[in-house]
Design a protein around this ligand. Structure first.
Ligand SMILES: [Zn+2]
Length: 410
């Protein structure tokens, strides 16, 4: 097999390492990758994370992770890929997220899973799961061709989430995000449909498949998937398998999703935490006077479920209360505990630690935190960007950096 690598710039070093490691297993070609239009600039960002231990770990284990993913996909969906060597995996910096795409390798169209190094380094994701997720898209795309791209989102994302076993993780993320006050989390409000597909819809889609498997068995899921790959519409394939109408299938899928989240909420007494939100807001508004009730509530919850995933959200809130009441050491410790329990809270923690530094008049440290998360926020948390910009404006003014201040103060 003739292989070729064009080393455009340093970020390719990652692809190069990856491709070499893979080639030793004889399963992947060395890549001459061309990205989709509009993403070209991504290549000019450095391979800044290539020495990072998490990236090194992924690069080292990628060939077997990839093989395991394909085996998992085959066992869950019943689909076997006809040309495994045409499914490539690339690690790149500064990607919008992880995704599956078609790329040209030489003159040959290659299906490529692109994993974002930042998402790996900052723990936004479980790499093995995300790899299985993206490869599920690619295996189906290879089999169904462009028909796959016209399938409804719930089928494409649902199958990938279900195969990659991301359901529990996604459910926990939704609850934690709503606990720490993320506004973008909506809760199962758009059903199993194609419109306005948001971050929380992935869970709903995955649960649609989980429900079907639970009710009719994995063979029924596999027969439905095979029918869809051969050109049938997903709701019809699932309806035929179940003996229900298409509308009834979609309705039951939505109901199952809602019931799942309700169960998850009950399991961790989410309602108590949720109802403490009002007390928390009062405490934030009027420091010192109204914080006792929410502190008592949060500490009680923490004692009851110190190991629950929601503890990360509870510690995050405790950190904010300590910050509000000027206990800066305790605040920093609480935020760090929160990050340790759930690494994907990384940039939110850095943001809040920046706030702690400002209060302590450690402006250089605050600046470091905010500058570090700015690019991540632009990508994952656009609504935080404005808050960051305002803070950086003031910090640069305080530090006597008028030129930098101007850039952030408009
Ligand atoms: Zn996906």
């Amino acid at each position: 097999m003739r292989t070729y690598l064009r080393l455009l710039n340093s970020v390719f070093f990652l692809a190069w390492l990856l491709a070499n490691a893979a080639c030793q297993h004889g399963r992947m070609r060395v890549l001459d990758v061309r990205l989709e239009k509009g993403l070209d600039q991504s290549y000019h960002e450095t391979g800044q994370y290539r020495e990072h231990e998490k990236i090194q770990h992924v690069l080292k284990h990628l060939p077997e992770m990839r093989a395991e993913s394909l085996a998992l996909i085959a066992s869950r969906t019943g689909l076997a890929v006809s040309h495994p060597d045409r499914l490539a995996v690339v690690l790149l910096d500064k990607q919008p997220a992880c995704y599956a795409t078609k790329t040209l390798i030489g003159k040959e169209e290659t299906l490529t899973a692109v994993l974002d190094t930042e998402a790996i380094v900052f723990g936004h994701m479980n790499t093995a799961q995300v790899l299985s997720h993206e490869l599920t898209h690619l295996v189906m795309l290879e089999l169904a061709g462009d028909w796959y791209l016209r399938l409804p989102q719930w089928f494409r994302e649902g199958s990938a989430v279900w195969v990659a076993d991301q359901i529990r993780e996604l459910g926990e993320r939704i609850l934690i995000h709503s606990v720490i006050g993320e506004k973008y989390i909506r809760r199962f409000d758009n059903g199993i449909d194609n419109a306005n597909h948001g971050i929380d819809d992935y869970l709903e889609d995955g649960l649609a498949f989980a429900w079907f498997e639970q009710e009719y068995g994995i063979k029924a899921v596999q027969r439905s998937i095979a029918a869809v790959m051969a050109g049938e519409k997903p709701d019809r394939a699932f309806a035929r398998e179940s003996g229900l109408t298409s509308a009834a299938v979609l309705d039951k899928m939505s109901r199952h999703a809602a019931a799942y989240l309700k169960d998850l909420e009950e399991e961790v007494e989410y309602s108590v935490l949720r109802s403490s939100w009002r007390n928390f807001s009062l405490c934030m508004e009027d420091a010192g006077k109204e914080c006792a009730p929410v502190l008592a509530q949060l500490n009680r919850l923490l004692q009851k479920q110190p190991d629950s995933f929601l503890a990360a959200g509870i510690w995050f809130r405790l950190g904010r209360i300590h910050w509000r009441q000027d206990r800066l050491k305790e605040a920093a410790a609480a935020f760090e505990t929160s990050r340790r329990l759930r690494p994907f809270l990384h940039y939110r923690v850095l943001f809040r630690l920046g706030e702690v530094h400002i209060k302590a008049k450690r402006f250089q440290q605050a600046r470091k935190n905010f500058e570090k998360i700015m690019p991540i926020c632009v990508k994952f948390q656009p609504q935080m960007r404005e808050a960051l910009r305002k803070r950086l404006c003031r910090i640069y003014q305080t530090l006597g950096l008028p030129e930098k201040a101007r850039q952030n103060c408009q």
